[in-house]
Design a protein around this ligand. Structure first.
Ligand code: BG6
Length: 487
């Protein structure tokens, strides 16, 4: 725990993310005694009055923190740390008041969290600078999406870089704050059993599924401009791919890890025009049923533009062209309105060179390592065993070796990703944050997929509540493989 007192400032303090995730995360840190003493949390918002902003935030805190974690004394202590300043982020005036507020407590670390549209990150940075609110110790946290393409992300990063050094910039990808995602590093690099097998000699392919049950949830205006590739693949799925595929870093420092991730991004086979149709499937949900409840299609959602051809589903066969992974496809898949909320990575190991059991049971002799990010965080390794009991001969049966983190470590709650990420920012650790070159390499790869995307016709329809368009099965099955739910 860092003892340095700290000011944490949120731009966009009344926005959905701050209210739903960030303030509850800080509350949990405070409750666990992890915030440095005398921390100030300063919400910055347009319009509205500070008293009204505080009342809204208190009501939302009670809404978004589970009841069993709310107790009167802790809530009161947390709210005492929270204050608001309401001003227009485009005008110099408000920054002068902010400077006065900051000067009340000099010599402390300042964290500026930008939870606004990325297009104004540069402007906020300049205004903070002009009002003399910045020093060499302060940190800035940038929310995704940083840009809409390589060119626009380059611009946002360049604008912010005029006022902050890279060592002060914390770019969020909240997937990196998930417990099981970090566990990948421990699993791979602390266990010789896996470390020695983690390459094309032993692994046939990798499946990464990030499925969501929800639809657009009132975010049409944002989502329709981005779509699932920009909203989920460019960041979360590629980060997962990097952590699975990267070479061992020389140590756990931020740059050692990020250097290895960049090498993976640079090794991704470009999805050029000639392979785009066979390697990328995009879909858009139509009306269907999720968990027995009828739900509208993407084009029938509130505020929908009925002719949109934005994708709500994408499946990609990615290839990492290096010695470790040559010939091992990474099948990535993510979508809205799929049957369940599930994020998991499945590593499919190759079979033994000579098979001696029942030919019908061959598929059972494939070892599968499943890393479940959510829900029920844990790891399971499917191994082939002899079926138990008399009279079964040498029949095989697949059985899991399973670790559920909640059970194994007796945890009553899994901390939210934002709790961990905010704590790392406060402590000044960058290893769970994305470096500028990572973002830019990820955009380069995605931009190529997106090039001429709109000329390629509409995305393929899939019924809400299904696992996506039929073509995503053909892509996998055509290679003689199956998605996990087909087993
Ligand atoms: C966000 C996307 O980054 O991640 C959302 O913008 C998506 O569209 C969300 O729903 C999923 O996050 P999680 O943690 O619920 O899997």
């Amino acid at each position: 725990i860092s003892d340095t007192p700290c000011d944490i400032l949120f731009f966009g303090a009344l926005g959905d993310l701050t209210q739903r995730k960030l303030l509850p995360a800080l509350y949990q840190l405070d409750r666990a005694g992890l915030l440095p003493a005398d921390t100030r949390i300063i919400g910055l918002a347009r319009g509205s009055e500070p008293a009204a902003s505080a009342a809204t935030s208190e009501a939302n805190l009670r809404r978004f923190v589970s009841e069993q974690d709310l107790d009167t004394a802790t809530v009161a202590a947390f709210l005492a740390k929270l204050q608001f300043l309401n001003f227009d982020f485009g005008a110099a005036l408000g920054y002068a008041s902010l400077k006065t507020l900051l000067d009340e407590k000099p010599d402390r670390a300042r964290v500026f969290y930008y939870s606004t549209a990325a297009s104004i990150y540069g402007m906020i940075s300049k205004n903070l600078h002009d009002a003399d609110c910045l020093d060499k110790e302060c940190r800035v946290v940038l929310e995704k999406p940083i840009g809409h393409s390589l060119a626009s992300s380059h611009q946002v990063n360049a604008d912010v870089a005029e006022y902050f050094a890279e060592s002060q910039i914390y770019r969020i990808d909240h997937y990196l704050g998930k417990e099981t995602v970090q566990n990948l590093i421990a699993l791979r690099f602390a266990n010789n059993l896996f470390g020695t097998q983690w390459n094309q000699n032993h692994i046939s392919h990798v499946e990464i599924t990030v499925a969501e049950k929800v639809g657009i949830e009132g975010r049409w205006g944002y989502f329709d401009k981005y779509g699932q590739l920009r909203d989920m693949v460019q960041n979360h799925l590629l980060q997962l791919l990097c952590l699975v595929a990267m070479d061992p870093p020389s140590d756990l420092t931020a740059d050692a890890i990020r250097d290895e991730k960049v090498k993976v991004l640079r090794s991704l086979r470009p999805i050029t025009d000639d392979i785009r149709d066979s390697h990328v499937i995009r879909g858009q949900y139509c009306a269907g049923e999720v968990e027995g409840k009828a739900v509208p299609g993407y084009l029938e959602e509130p505020d929908a533009n009925t002719s949109s051809n934005t994708e709500s589903f994408v499946a990609i066969k990615a290839e990492v062209r290096n010695w470790r992974w040559a010939g091992v496809p990474f099948y990535l898949r993510t979508g809205k309105r799929l049957p369940e909320k599930l994020s998991q990575i499945t590593i499919h190991f190759k079979q033994q060179p000579h098979y001696i059991f029942d030919p019908e049971q061959r598929a059972l002799a494939e070892n599968l390592l499943t890393i479940k990010l959510q829900p029920d965080e844990g790891i399971s390794l499917h191994i082939a065993t002899k079926d138990q009991g008399l009279g079964k001969g040498m029949q095989l049966r697949q059985a899991p070796l399973q670790v559920s983190f909640a059970k194994a470590f007796d945890m009553d709650r899994v901390p939210d990703a934002y709790e961990r990420l905010l704590l790392e920012v406060i402590q000044g650790n960058q290893y769970l944050f994305v470096r500028r070159d990572e973002i830019e390499h990820a955009w380069t790869w995605c931009d190529q997929i997106l090039a001429n995307w709109s000329d390629k016709g509409d995305p393929l329809p899939y019924a809400a509540g299904s696992w996506g368009p039929e073509a995503s099965y053909s892509m996998m099955n055509g290679d003689g493989r199956k998605w996990h739910e087909q087993k």
